[in-house]
Design a binder for this molecule. Structure first.
Ligand code: ATP
Ligand code: MG
Ligand code: MG
Length: 555
């Protein structure tokens, strides 16, 4: 591993440790369980867990589950699985903001008693009018002058369910003239008569993100609370709560740039829309930039981590080229993926002189599992009279130059990978003129050996035995969006969906060993790209492979 220059958060942590401000580094990854994690979250996970690792500390996994309306146990489970798959283990048990609801309620009472919070009955519309604009001060709510006693009574009624949703909110009493809108008496509690995935029907008031996050950090002894830039404006509020509440610790918040990748979207809300509108088959569809989608696509956890570690931890948001992610995917697969042959668009090739040279129905040939890793062993390939090659690897056009077409041409020679040199002698066509069978002859003694002088194969092509190979279904993918920045333009991002992002080929042929591939096993299909046995659909009787990525970056 190459050593990277330390990022600004590491610099801060080093200083904090050196100067004794912090004795143990504790970070946290705090997703809201309102969707599946995406590649942007992977960056945050690698950063937070990575910092804990680097400094011998701990990283918590905490569900920021303060908004029951959009949250679900399904997301909790998926998030845990994704974090583990990426290779990280959180300290102790998973935490939930909701398990601190009693404490938050106590702290709300504390603010009320100190005259620092009040129950406000303005409608949302009125409240927004009173809040004003960044360029001019807001106006005090008429409810701001309620006495602590009155506020305690009203807040108790809120908690007891005596008011309808939206009837009132609890607000902090800070500064309606602040140039930071977040300090203009922000909402602490809302009425939401929704059942919560962790706390059931215990509560009908729920804390706002801002009233929860810093206190969660304080309860857990988080030393460095790392979040994305959009929270920079919330930091004064984060600190205000820590100052005005009897919290057990004072964590500090630091912000870094969100990861965006071109040709996709990284927002749970938008990804959910793709799922809900059935543009994709689910959150883990291999076209999704979700962690579970990338996993199903055949990206390894190592490659995703390597990518995240290659990113700058900066104080600006950035758009990263998809090619950068793909570089790490390819690098990892090239090194680790066993090689195999798969014919995507089969045409039959008949070896007319098979019986003359081979005295059984099948000759078992050997091929390396990996060209440069002998320790990965070899695989056996049944060579039979009837084979499949790819339609694209044969042409009747004899005018194509050797340089342009390094495959099989009528009347010429080609090498079948790890097998014989063959010559295309004839073609058999159907009534419509489509080639049904290529009739070829093998050149004896050419397995692992050069052909006799004068025979010059144009190139090497892959093949599969038509009688011993297995039929497979292969899913090919293109980008999900045709636009480089689908959610950054004038139009709705859904208008930029690529209508051809999925193509299913149901009549592919793979070498027989691949039927036994374990789900999620990755392969390089020689000359075609990297593929993975589908995690859910692949079965020995019905092999299913997903294309992960092409062999090289397209220009
Ligand atoms: P989304 O907008 O997709 O819902 P979010 O920020 O609301 O994302 P959370 O569940 O709140 O998602 O995120 C958990 C953590 O992951 C937060 O600390 C957040 O800052 C971080 N995070 C989310 N998206 C990105 C991203 N694109 N790049 C880096 N970090 C991210
Ligand atoms: Mg969100
Ligand atoms: Mg969020």
């Amino acid at each position: 591993e190459t050593s990277k220059p330390e990022n600004f958060i590491e610099t801060i942590i080093k200083q904090d440790l050196a100067e004794g401000r912090v004795s143990k580094v504790v970070t946290r990854f705090p997703p809201e369980p309102n969707g599946y994690l995406h590649i942007g979250h992977a960056k945050s996970i690698c950063l937070n867990f990575g910092l804990a690792e680097t400094f011998g500390g701990e990283c918590n996994l905490r569900f920021d589950d303060t908004n029951p309306a959009k949250e679900d146990q399904e997301y909790v489970d998926a998030i845990k699985e994704d974090v583990r798959w990426l290779g990280f283990q959180w300290a102790g048990d998973v935490r939930y903001a909701s398990s601190y609801f009693d404490q938050f309620y106590e702290w709300a009472l504390h603010l009320i008693k100190e005259g620092n919070a009040y129950v406000c009955d303005l409608t949302a519309e009125q409240a927004s009018e009173y809040r004003g604009w960044a360029t001019s001060p807001g106006k005090d709510s008429p409810y701001r002058s309620r006495t602590p006693e009155e506020n305690l009574a009203q807040f108790e009624k809120m908690r007891a369910g005596e008011f309808d949703e939206g009837h009132c909110v609890l607000r902090a009493k800070i500064d309606m003239a602040s140039s930071n809108m977040n300090l203009r008496d922000p909402i602490l509690y809302r009425i939401r008569k929704a059942s919560h995935h962790q706390t059931g029907d215990k509560w009908c008031i729920y804390p706002a993100y801002d009233f929860a996050h810093g206190q969660e950090d304080a309860i857990e002894g988080v030393s460095h609370s790392v979040c994305t830039l959009e929270f920079a404006d919330h930091r004064p509020l984060y600190e205000w709560f820590l100052e005005h509440l009897p919290v057990p610790a004072t964590p500090r918040q630091y912000e870094f740039g969100r990861l965006n990748i071109n040709y996709t979207v990284t927002s749970k809300r938008k990804l959910k829309q793709l799922v809900d509108d059935k543009v994709v088959a689910g959150w883990n569809d291999p076209r999704m930039p979700t962690i579970s989608g990338m996993r199903r696509r055949g990206y390894s956890a190592t490659a995703v981590r390597n990518f995240c570690q290659s990113l700058a931890v900066a104080k600006t948001d950035g758009v990263v080229d998809m090619a950068q992610l793909e570089f790490f995917i390819r690098e990892d697969l090239n090194e680790h993926a066993p090689r195999a042959m798969c014919v995507l668009n089969p045409v039959k090739l008949l070896i007319s002189n098979f019986e003359q040279h081979i005295d059984s129905d099948v000759q078992t040939l050997a091929a390396p599992v990996h060209p440069s890793k002998e320790e990965m062993g070899s695989r056996s390939l049944p060579f039979t009279k009837e084979l499949y090659i790819d339609r694209a690897d044969f042409t009747e056009d004899t005018t194509l130059s050797r340089k342009k077409f390094k495959r099989l041409v009528a009347g010429e020679y080609v090498r079948l990978r790890s097998a014989y040199v063959i010559k295309a002698d004839d073609v058999i066509k159907d009534a419509d003129g489509n080639i049904e069978t290529i009739v070829a002859s093998l050149v004896p003694n050419t397995v692992g050996d050069n052909p006799p002088d004068g025979i010059k194969p144009r190139g090497v092509i892959h093949w599969v035995s038509a009688t011993h190979g297995k039929q497979a279904s292969v899913r090919l993918y293109e980008r999900l969006f045709v636009h480089e920045a689908p959610d950054r333009g004038e139009e709705d991002f859904m208008q930029h969906i690529n209508p051809n992002s999925l193509k299913v080929l149901d009549n592919c042929w793979v070498e027989p060993g691949l039927a036994d591939a374990a789900p999620e096993a990755a392969f390089q299909f020689e000359r075609e790209g990297y593929f993975v046995a589908d995690r859910y659909d692949h079965q020995p009787a019905k092999p299913v492979f997903n294309m992960t990525i092409g062999l090289r970056a397209s220009k």
